[in-house]
Design a protein around this ligand. Structure first.
Ligand SMILES: [Zn+2]
Length: 399
């Protein structure tokens, strides 16, 4: 009982729920998300600046501005203690976070570059690795709040689906998905949560938490490569719809499965909110995911999920999760632009604000033709399409 009071106090006193003006997109990002430490930056195949690049691409396309992006604050120890035991937070060291990735058979040789970081002094781990994760976790919790208010939200980071309340691993230090569920349920009258986990890996972290809590109000759809980390047979018991893919599954089979199962889950379970873990390590060539999905396939996948959920008027939170190759950021940005182009996400106030407050933009006749006709300006000027199609944006992903 006392423990519940303490948890309640922490939730009530959290500073994560900042006031967000209407003119901001429900898109969440902080420059603190990025891991900028020499070893990480050199680490292949890891792009530790993925999150910043997504944001930059969205700004370059005039879709977002810094002042129309929601900037989260760092999840505090009190926020984390809402689900994590103190003992776990104290135990956090880099090798416990990397656990599992190092064991993933085929890829050992490439990950072996990590040991210099594994013995990195703890204050550096805290500053350069764990602090970015805490910002991203703050972002996911805020994304839950925003989705319930605005109908949708996208955290450009987060999605640490291998971390449970008691154990980290697979490059996930904080259980942002479990935390967000806890905060949403406590602050709002929602119970039923659907998790659609389409990262290449099984999301064993929150699955363990759901099992532990014997929580029947969480419905999990997980589509993953059955031959890669984490092989967590115990956690699989939490999955209501489990699709185990063979390695190197390609677009047609994959997208068909996504469509059938997302609609199936939504028909079977009356969700109050959907958490979409949109890992891009399903991409062809990803050394950890070992699937063979094209960039166009990733964009179509996100379209299928948003179309299915938004057409039912259910709030959706998207997290970017795994996928750290050099081309991932561009593909994620293109996918977000595609969702907007197909009217699956929008924020009129943000568009209005940006149109009014872009004094640095030269008048149209001085704008180079290619810029004035950038595809983002077409979003705002063309008539709404009657039948949304995802085809129009697919060629963008090839860059
Ligand atoms: Zn993954």
């Amino acid at each position: 009982m006392e423990e519940n009071d303490e948890t309640q106090r922490r939730i009530n006193n959290s500073k994560l729920f900042i006031e967000i003006p209407d003119y901001k997109w429900p898109i969440i990002y902080s420059s603190h998300y990025n891991i900028s430490f020499m070893y990480f930056e050199k680490l292949h195949p890891f792009d530790a600046g993925k999150w910043g690049k997504i944001h930059k691409f969205l700004k370059d396309e005039k879709f977002l501005q810094d002042d129309t992006t929601v900037e989260p604050i760092e999840a505090s120890e009190d926020d984390l203690l809402v689900i994590h035991p103190q003992k776990y937070l104290k135990s956090l060291k880099l090798h416990t976070i990397l656990e599992g990735l190092i064991e993933t058979g085929l890829n050992v040789a490439r990950i072996v570059e990590i040991p210099p970081v594994a013995i990195m002094p703890n204050f550096l781990v805290q500053r350069y690795v764990l602090q970015p994760f805490r910002y991203q976790t703050g972002g996911t919790i805020l994304a839950g709040e925003l989705a319930l208010k605005r109908g949708w939200s996208i955290n450009l980071g987060g999605g640490f689906h291998h971390c449970s309340a008691k154990k980290g691993g697979g490059f996930c230090a904080y259980a942002d998905i479990t935390l967000t569920m806890k905060f949403m349920r406590d602050r709002h009258k929602i119970r039923k949560i659907l998790i659609v986990d389409l990262d290449a890996h099984q999301g064993n972290g929150y699955q363990r938490d759901v099992l532990e809590a014997d929580d029947n109000d969480v419905y999990i759809l997980d589509i993953y490569n059955r031959k890669i980390y984490p092989f967590d047979g115990y956690a699989k018991k939490a999955i209501k719809r489990k699709v185990e893919l063979e390695p190197f599954t390609a677009d047609e089979e994959y997208l068909n499965s996504v469509s059938v199962n997302v609609h199936g889950a939504l028909n079977e379970f009356a969700a109050d909110v959907v958490i979409y873990n949109a890992g891009t390590d399903i991409l062809d060539g990803d050394p950890l995911g070992n699937l063979a999905i094209s960039p166009a396939g990733v964009i179509k996948r996100d379209y299928i999920v948003f179309e299915a959920v938004r057409s039912r008027n259910i709030p959706i939170i998207m997290l970017t999760s795994g996928g750290y190759m050099r081309n991932n950021a561009r593909i994620i940005a293109n996918s977000i632009l595609n969702l907007h182009q197909n009217q699956l996400i929008d924020c009129k106030e943000a568009r209005h604000h940006q149109a009014l407050e872009t004094p640095s933009m030269p008048p149209p006749d001085q704008v180079p033709r290619s810029r004035s006709e950038s595809f983002i300006s077409r979003f705002f000027c063309t008539e709404p399409k009657k039948s949304p199609s995802m085809e129009s944006h697919i060629d963008q992903s090839k860059s």
